[in-house]
Design a protein around this ligand. Sequence first.
Ligand SMILES: [Zn+2]
Length: 219
Amino acid sequence: MRAAAILYPCACMLCGAATAEHQRGLCPDCRQRAVQQMRRLFCDAPKPIDRLVCAMPYDGAMRHALIAYKFYGRYDYERPLTDFMAEAWEFHGMPLPDAVTCVPISFLHAHRRGFNQSERLAAALARRWDVPFVPTLRRRMFSRRQSKLPAAKRWQNASRSFLPRPNCALDAKRVLLIDDIVTTGATVQACAGLLRQMGAESVWVLAAARAGNLAKSGE
Ligand SMILES: [Zn+2]
């Protein structure tokens, strides 16, 4: 084994450069750029969401990293992704939630892909913050994937796609809903509406990335 492989066991999630263990999957240059982007990324929370925070814009290297994580088994990206999501949450001054939950995927998609990326990110954040991870919602068996639909159809599809899990009470809890990518916001809005019906006092959303033209400078 080459010395470099021992000293630098992981590669930067965004540029592929060798990184040391303590850099947690992002090289200093990419981290600096990502922090600058994170600070400029303004996310308006559509009702009934109380607060929406997205860690990065869904473009360039971040888009490639998320695709690799979601579809090509780059599970090692989970740590830099959750680090960055937690950093964004803290940067926006948000308190810890009472429970963390996630946007569900259907049984068929989970079976085909082997995992639900939003659930894994949510569980990792819950462990990090030492708050409970609670599965709250399920997706209807034959719901259509949002990414296959034009924007105008996404709202209609989202509101029909999710159901509350039975015996799940969220009385007066501040619930944090995790998604990997927020595009139109239709999915997280539909989920947030159900979480409110289930008794959540506040519904906050934290996503790894924001897609589409809704990302704009908050300055
Ligand atoms: Zn890098």
